[in-house]
Design a protein around this ligand. Structure first.
Ligand SMILES: NC(=O)c1ccc[n+]([C@@H]2O[C@H](COP(=O)([O-])OP(=O)(O)OC[C@H]3O[C@@H](n4cnc5c(N)ncnc54)[C@H](OP(=O)(O)O)[C@@H]3O)[C@@H](O)[C@H]2O)c1
Length: 171
């Protein structure tokens, strides 16, 4: 099976999260995420599910947790390992599959040969982060990058934010 990773990372240190949330909040990035993942199967870690808080509309959501008593949000499938998540995803024949994070799921995804593509939003900023995306540039090749940085206003802080969209494929 083919799995795509989708991530918004900070260029400086590959930071992706802080205190359970995301450091950047761009409507353009949100729309790209929605466009790419709509109709797909999204695999995520339990903490990312907690951050999102509900099933992503129009997508099958699979959450990975070691907690056997975990109460998944309505319509979300809970599994106990990444392998089990992949097996569950295979049941949705013909659907694209995404690993949407967080850091622990990205770490597994990067070394999993089924991950053939990474959609990166690369933020040009200096925010404090406590979760990071693993190094991946030696295993993947960049096949697309927006020429000029895109600009948006952070929907939470009202600050100007700049970023590139990129696409990488496994070497
Ligand atoms: N910038 C982005 O694109 C992006 C995307 C997604 C998330 N994030 C951010 O990343 C942060 C969350 O990342 P995180 O690494 O702390 O958490 P996470 O990967 O979302 O979830 C971690 C949890 O997933 C479960 N898990 C992980 N590996 C497992 C395995 N091999 N088998 C079974 N269960 C497993 C465990 O759940 P239990 O504890 O329930 O057992 C673990 O505590 C947040 O700040 C979030 O906002 C950023």
């Amino acid at each position: 099976m083919n799995i795509s990773i989708i991530v918004g990372l900070q260029n400086r240190d590959r930071g992706i999260g802080f205190e359970g949330g995301q450091p950047y909040h761009s409507k353009q990035d949100f729309n790209r995420f929605k466009e790419l993942t709509m109709g797909s199967v999204c695999i995520m870690g339990r903490k990312t599910m907690d951050d999102i808080g509900r099933k992503l509309p129009g997508r099958e959501c699979i959450v990975v947790t070691r907690n056997k008593d975990y109460k998944a949000p309505q319509g979300v499938h809970a599994v106990s390992s990444y392998e089990e998540a992949k097996a569950k995803a295979r049941e949705f024949t013909g659907r694209r599959v995404f690993n949407i994070g967080g850091s622990s799921l990205y770490k597994i995804g990067i070394t999993d040969k089924d991950t053939d593509r990474i959609f990166v939003t690369r933020y040009l900023g200096h925010k404090e982060c406590d979760r990071y995306f693993p190094r991946f540039e030696m295993m993947f090749e960049k096949v697309f990058e927006t020429e000029k940085p895109k600009k948006d206003t952070d929907s939470k802080t009202d600050e100007e934010i700049f970023f590139h969209f990129e696409e990488w494929v496994r070497l």
